[in-house]
Write a protein that binds this ligand. Sequence first.
Ligand SMILES: Nc1ncnc2c1ncn2[C@@H]1O[C@H](COP(=O)(O)OP(=O)(O)O)[C@@H](O)[C@H]1O
Ligand SMILES: CC(=O)OP(=O)(O)O
Ligand SMILES: [Mg+2]
Length: 393
Amino acid sequence: MNSGSSSVKYQLLDMRDGARLAMGLVERIGERTSRLKHTPAGRESRERDEPIADHEAALKAVARELAADGLGLDSPELAAIGHRVVHGGRRFTEPTVIDEAVLAEIERLIPVAPLHNPANLTGIRTAHTLRPDLPQVAVFDTAFHTTMPESAARYAIDVETADAHRVRRYGFHGTSHAYVSRATAELLGRRPEDVNVIVLHLGNGASASAVRGGRCVDTSMGLTPLEGLVMGTRSGDMDPAVIFHLMRVGGMSADEIDTLLNKKSGLIGLCGDNDMREIRRRVDEGDERAALAFDIYIHRLKKYIGAYYAVLGRVDALAFTAGVGENASAVREAAVAGLEQLGLAVDSGLNAARGEGPRLISPAGARVAVAVVPTDEELEIATQTYALVAKNG
Ligand SMILES: Nc1ncnc2c1ncn2[C@@H]1O[C@H](COP(=O)(O)OP(=O)(O)O)[C@@H](O)[C@H]1O
Ligand SMILES: CC(=O)OP(=O)(O)O
Ligand SMILES: [Mg+2]
């Protein structure tokens, strides 16, 4: 289960061979026009528009769809349910079997992941009600980033204050960064230990990571998923003094600024749209606001590519993933344009071609491989969940 702020993605997997039995997506939870798309393996997808009020209703709708295919949650073959949990703080560095103490810790972390941890908790509680006998396992977005050195994880603020309030950089999308950096090494035919990769996870939320020999050494999100890249609705990096200015001069409250920066900024704040498909359509029609939003998005992305190049010293591959990274060829082309001196370039034919699995888009013989590597957070969650459950007997 991958419960996001307004969506649930899910897969049912046979872990004997990794076969996907069913997958699906519930979108726009809490809005009037929620949509559920359910795809049983080897059969037609079913799409349904129906109001789905919250993550509890979403999970129940998913259970209903699975049952309709004879894959109901009541199956005795179901071994465990794995859940994405966005914020695990410093305590959770590994997948963890969920009990009351774990639930309490995820709840305690809500203030630093207000869009995500509540949805994750609802997903876990609903799944537990449906199958109280099964192990429920939490796989944390923050876990992969716990290898970051202090030089990358600490903010340069007073140490006592920071420690008293657990203020540091945790990083997110770790399940995706882990999976994609490994899949990129595989695409190059090399061991993860031997390659340095920059991963750009560009979804609605977006983050970059620098991965040296399979271990994360830096990532763009921080205490919360607000820092770093320009996102669909989040600002990413800015001078923190913007907040004091908006409070003192703009008369805004902390909550109002929180909503502004998390929900009304980024691409949607800049041009009124957060979907890259729509933005590209407008750019192609000559819309100047959309073009400026696109340029700001790309400028930030380029800065992170350069920064992580410097952090790693040697880069073997740059991998694009998630909704924007996997689909928006214009973003990939613009992000590496002008970086030939760094050995980075895309072949426009390869970049424009549609494809399914991981694929190279850099020209033959390029010093740095540029790749599109589809993420699969659900498979990674299932793999980690199954390994833990199998180990525990
Ligand atoms: N064909 C496409 N072309 C360009 N952008 C796309 C395309 N499909 C999806 N996207 C972008 O991907 C985003 C969703 O990415 P996804 O990784 O599913 O995000 P999240 O997990 O944060 O919900 C959309 O908001 C849209 O901007
Ligand atoms: C952590 C985060 O930003 O997740 P998402 O991209 O699913 O919103
Ligand atoms: Mg996502």
